[in-house]
Design a protein around this ligand. Structure first.
Ligand SMILES: [Zn+2]
Length: 372
């Protein structure tokens, strides 16, 4: 990881570079920052810089053998400890190193939840188990292969159990030579006070909204307006910004699908109904359920609009426009029945019903409700 690949965080990058320039690289540093702040990436870039054989003033060279290995997370002197999910027996970080490399290299920014979903069913949170401590000691006792520094990056040390944390403390008290511990924490306040007192704490702030907006446009190719909204809602978290952007995209897909369902059933155009089914059926089961909830909500909004309820502020302009024009056709005579038809569809989707059949069936049920 190069510093230049990380969104924003200019002050932190400058600070880290300065520690190397002034030859005061602390042997135990705590990078404390919220999810999606880029704290882990900063630790990776720092580790690469520390071992780069041709470092520039602002970044590692990215080309020397050390950089090439560090970039692929296979540098023999850069070690990783992270929470893993125990199913049975002993498990340590190295058992999941392949998944770890995939996760970091493919996503760069990710949260603990994303990681636990990758290595487990997502319901069980991972831990750094006590079995990890002998592994850390073993790796530290090895001679440095090629790097100037041996770096031990510990992601989410707050997920270490007490035995493990106490063992880590012992190591931090008597650090081996030319070893740098980088603890990357999202909840530093929950770490043992004794660990806190033995590390130099570096607070990583959220990513500046302007920087985040530009990074989102660059990464996803979305328009700047959507990126700005997502960045603002994300409060400095790259991970949250991506989720906001995805949710916004879903909402616009849902809106198009809802509008087509209403128009095609109202006008009784069977080919339009069929193309609605074709467009909507490929959604995943979870997406279909979310769509049905969305459609039910939009029906309610349309009905309430007849009474000029002022709560429409959270609709997008396109949604509000549709609701305004469509509300005369949603009345007390059909709103409940339409909602019931949608809820029935929800239940059938949940019971693994064939999406095409369920959707077609639902649309056909809705058609006569407009006449009522
Ligand atoms: Zn290099």
């Amino acid at each position: 990881m190069l510093f230049s690949e990380i969104a924003g965080q200019t002050t932190i990058k400058e600070h880290l570079l300065r520690t190397v320039r002034e030859d005061r690289v602390g042997h135990a540093q705590l990078f404390s920052g919220g999810e999606g702040s880029g704290a882990l990436l900063l630790a990776l870039a720092y580790a690469q810089y520390l071992n780069c054989t041709q470092p520039g003033d602002h970044d590692a060279c990215g080309r020397c053998p050390s950089c090439l290995k560090a970039a692929k997370l296979v540098h023999p002197d850069i070690h990783f400890v992270f929470p893993v999910v125990k199913t049975s027996g002993k498990i340590v970080s190295d058992d999941r190193i392949k998944e770890w490399r995939e996760m970091v290299l493919r996503h760069k920014y990710f949260g603990a939840g994303d990681w636990f979903a990758k290595i487990g069913d997502g319901r069980k949170a991972g831990m750094i188990y006590a079995d990890e401590s002998p592994e850390i000691l073993r790796k530290l006792s090895m001679k440095n292969f090629e790097g100037r520094y041996k770096v031990m990056i510990i992601w989410l040390p707050e997920r270490m159990n007490l035995t493990g944390a106490n063992k880590l403390l012992k190591i931090l008290e008597e650090p081996p030579e030319a070893t740098v511990f980088l603890l990357v924490s999202e909840a530093a306040q929950t770490l043992l006070p004794t660990i806190l007192s033995r590390t130099q704490q570096l607070r990583i702030p959220g990513i500046d909204a302007g920087v985040l907006t530009a990074a989102l446009v660059k990464q996803t190719g979305c328009d700047e307006g959507s990126a700005r909204v997502a960045a603002r809602l994300a409060r400095g978290s790259y991970v949250q910004a991506l989720k906001q952007l995805e949710a916004a995209n879903n909402a616009s897909v849902f809106f198009e699908a809802f509008a087509l369902l209403m128009r095609s059933t109202y006008s009784r155009k069977i080919f339009d109904i069929m193309s609605w089914v074709e467009q909507t059926a490929p959604l995943s089961r979870d997406e279909l359920k979310a769509f049905i909830d969305y459609a039910t909500g939009m029906l309610r909004e349309s009905y309430l609009y007849n009474f000029k309820q002022p709560e429409l502020v959270y609709l997008t302009p396109a949604e509000e426009d549709f609701v305004r024009r469509f509300s005369p056709f949603i009345t007390e005579k059909n709103v409940e029945r339409m909602a019931a038809a949608l809820q029935e569809a929800y239940a059938h989707i949940e019971q693994n019903g064939n999406a095409r059949i369920v959707l077609f069936d639902t649309a056909i049920k809705i058609v006569p409700m407009f006449a009522a």
